[in-house]
Design a protein around this ligand. Structure first.
Ligand SMILES: O=C(O)C1=C[C@@H](OP(=O)(O)O)[C@@H](O)[C@H](O)C1
Ligand SMILES: C=C(OP(=O)(O)O)C(=O)O
Length: 424
């Protein structure tokens, strides 16, 4: 992308006072679509995310034999058909599509070729492909354990016992669990290594239960018995990780932001932002009206382990660059295998604008430093667009490269952000 394609992200000239409603959760939407496709009847997924990743999931499911229809307030999905012949599934750079759909291909009777953006070819998928192979799937990846690969469906999957190292991505485990009710013997998974993103695993188990499965967990052992899934309607929550830049904004600018529709109970990792706000000197009050965040405009430094909430790292790192004291982010080595190597990208881009940010083995060390404007490169990573926007609140002259890449999860982010900044 050329540097002409940039966005002059706004700087706050005083305390903000705004209300925002963010789009549906990517993680919930794409799980709901997969579970709907695996169900025995039609499912209406209400208030789903409409974004690049969500569209990639719908089109992948279409290729795998689950038709969908977009309605005014949702998407209706029909159950998967077995089909035949050869098809190709486009993954873009969607981790959820790359990890959650290969098991579905093994359940059908097509030969399914998976490929996507150059970036997805660098993201880990090998442990999942090996586990699926051990459960009876016929997979051709030329022994590389990376995208592209082909799954030859033989009309079902035996399932059974499997070990998996899911430390590179919790999505490997979620992928096995989501499809397991359709395996002949279900699945019993034993985890090796330390799996990140615990809330996303809880989300997988919770949504399986809502669709009628009976997953069990005993520490690092998971069991999902065979089940017939069925749910007429499922309503998607707003995406609390997409809300992250709005939630942290008042900490930097002073004033208040209310995020409408914040659920009172949720498995989303973004709910952790409420405790972050309190730890960094602000207040976050959850009520029937949503989450109201108030800040003073000054942020304390902090040492944070983000292992369980890794996708929040880019926004949190930008925030901590503006803190009064030193900070450290730990527990997120796996972010090197996200949309881009997020630790390298954040250290490079924040340092280029004057930040004192260094990579550690599993995170970032951030010390206070005077920041200045310049181009914030985004590496085709939606959450780097959000990080650039957060930094710009305090730093005049930040231009964010390729803002449209935020459409992976939040196509309307730029107008919504500008709306919040001009709402006073
Ligand atoms: O299951 C999911 O929906 C997700 C799990 C997490 O992946 P990792 O465990 O690979 O970090 C998260 O970062 C990603 O944005 C969404
Ligand atoms: C890691 C992320 O996405 P994906 O679903 O592609 O893994 C993310 O959204 O931060």
């Amino acid at each position: 992308m050329g540097e002409q394609n940039t966005w002059a992200a706004p700087t706050a000239d005083g305390p903000i006072d705004a209300v925002v409603r963010v789009p549906g959760s990517k993680s919930i939407t794409n799980r709901a679509f997969v579970l709907a496709a695996l169900s025995s009847g039609d499912t209406l997924v209400r208030d789903p995310l409409d974004s690049r990743d969500a569209r990639l999931m719908l089109s992948a499911l279409g290729r795998l034999g689950a038709d969908s229809e977009t309605l005014p307030h949702g998407v209706r999905l029909r159950p998967l058909t077995r089909g035949d012949g050869d098809v190709t599934v486009a993954l873009g750079n969607a981790g959820t599509v790359a990890r959650f759909t290969p098991p579905l291909a093994a359940l059908g009777a097509r030969s399914v070729h998976f490929d996507g953006d150059p970036a997805i070819r660098r993201r880990p998928v090998g442990p999942l492909l090996r586990a699926l192979g051990a459960l009876g799937a016929d997979i051709d990846d030329d022994g590389r354990g990376t995208v592209p690969f082909t799954v030859r469906g033989h009309g079902g999957l035996a399932g059974g016992d499997v070990d998996i190292d899911s430390s590179a991505s919790s999505q490997f485990l979620s992928a096995l669990l989501l499809s397991a009710p359709a395996f002949e013997r279900g699945v019993t998974v034993r985890l090796r290594g330390r799996t990140p993103s615990e809330p996303h695993i809880a989300m997988t188990l919770d949504m399986l239960r809502r669709f009628g499965a009976a997953p069990e967990r005993d520490g690092d052992r998971f069991h999902v018995p065979p089940a017939t899934l069925s749910l007429a309607e499922y309503t998607v929550e707003p995406d609390l990780s997409s809300a992250a830049p709005f939630v942290v904004a008042p900490l930097l600018t002073g004033g208040t932001v209310r995020v409408e529709g914040w659920p009172t109970a949720t498995t989303q990792p973004g709910d952790w932002l409420r405790s972050l706000v309190a730890e960094l000197g602000g207040s976050a009050v959850l009520s029937g009206d949503g989450l109201t965040v108030t800040g003073t405009g000054s942020v304390t430094g902090a040492t944070l382990d983000l292992h369980e909430v890794g996708e929040l790292t880019p926004v949190v790192a930008a925030l901590l660059c503006c803190a009064d004291g030193p900070s450290e982010i730990r527990g997120v080595a796996h972010l090197r295998g996200h949309e881009t190597d997020r630790l390298a990208a954040l250290a490079t881009e924040l340092s280029a604008l004057g930040g004192d940010v260094t990579e550690t083995e599993d995170g970032l060390r951030i010390r206070p430093a005077p920041l200045h404007g310049g181009v914030f490169h985004t590496y085709d990573d939606h959450r780097l667009v959000m990080a650039g926007a957060v930094l710009a609140l305090r730093v005049p002259g930040v231009t964010v490269e390729n803002p449209a890449t935020v459409g992976k999860t939040y196509p309307g982010f730029v107008p919504d952000w500008e709306g919040v900044l001009t709402a006073r």
